[in-house]
Design a protein around this ligand. Structure first.
Ligand code: PGA
Length: 244
């Protein structure tokens, strides 16, 4: 406890010194959820053009590890799904993150409309690892609707899930953000299943009361004010009511 308090104060001191130096040089430690990998580098590169002397450390990992990193004060800012309500974190939503079921175009369900959830009990799902936010939302969704699915391979990468779905190993449950390229190339399709997509959102998160450096504040504002427009997505103006 004492060691952590001292390290946190040293960290805060560095932030204050960076502020004194002004917004010219400094370090920004950002961690993003595995799935945010599909848009975070684009946004970072735009931000980087505005502050070319900034030293960015970008880490990509799953939800469970992100929460641990926040707890250990290893990062300035995190991009992730909604953090647990009881956590000591400040979280601001900035963009939608709908989750969908994907299949290869030749799959028997690919042409069907309004597929009943019960139909899915006959299918095999390739799922993300436990500790993934996508996986957690998928499990809550099926539990809410009292559907028991068969899970096949457990895979810790959205990319590898897409490849396995294309190869016909099963259906995937992924963020719409993660499958844009494959949908455009007609390599995958989104199944038209009732009650889907799952409504989920992206948040920019940091520890409550954390003293953010000038860069970190600038990046947070950049995400909240500009990210949706830059990515051609809808802006979130109020706290989402339903966020699985
Ligand atoms: P994940 O997080 O990449 O760990 O699945 C994404 C999310 O929380 O929706």
């Amino acid at each position: 406890h004492y060691a952590r308090t001292i390290l946190n104060q040293l960290d805060e001191m560095k932030t204050v010194l960076e502020e004194i130096k002004g917004l010219r040089q400094g370090k920004l430690r950002i961690s993003v959820a595995t799935t945010a990998n599909y848009f975070a580098p684009t946004l970072l590169s735009i931000f980087y053009q505005r502050f070319p002397d900034i030293n960015v450390n970008l880490n990509i990992t799953n939800r469970k590890t992100l929460l641990q990193q926040l707890q250990d004060n290893e990062v300035d800012l995190v991009i992730m799904g909604k953090p647990p309500a009881e956590s000591d974190l400040e979280a601001s939503p900035f963009m939608e993150n709908p989750l969908v079921i994907i299949a290869p175009p030749e799959h028997p369900l690919a042409q069907q409309q309004n597929i009943a959830l019960t139909t899915l009990t006959q299918q095999i799902f390739l799922v993300r690892e436990s500790g993934s936010g996508t996986r957690g939302a998928m499990e809550r969704f099926f539990k809410e609707h009292q559907i028991k699915i068969n899970t096949g391979m457990e895979i810790s990468s959205d990319e590898a899930i897409k490849q396995s779905v294309k190869a016909g190993l099963g259906l995937g449950f992924l963020s719409y953000d993660a499958v844009q390229t494959e949908l455009k190339l007609n390599q995958l399709v989104v199944l038209q299943v009732e009650h889907l997509p799952i409504r989920r959102y992206w948040y920019i998160v940091h520890r409550q009361g954390k003293r953010l450096s000038g860069f970190a504040q600038a990046f947070k504002q950049f995400m909240l004010n500009e990210a949706p427009d830059l990515l051609g997505k809808a802006r979130i103006t109020a706290t989402p009511v339903h966020d699985l």
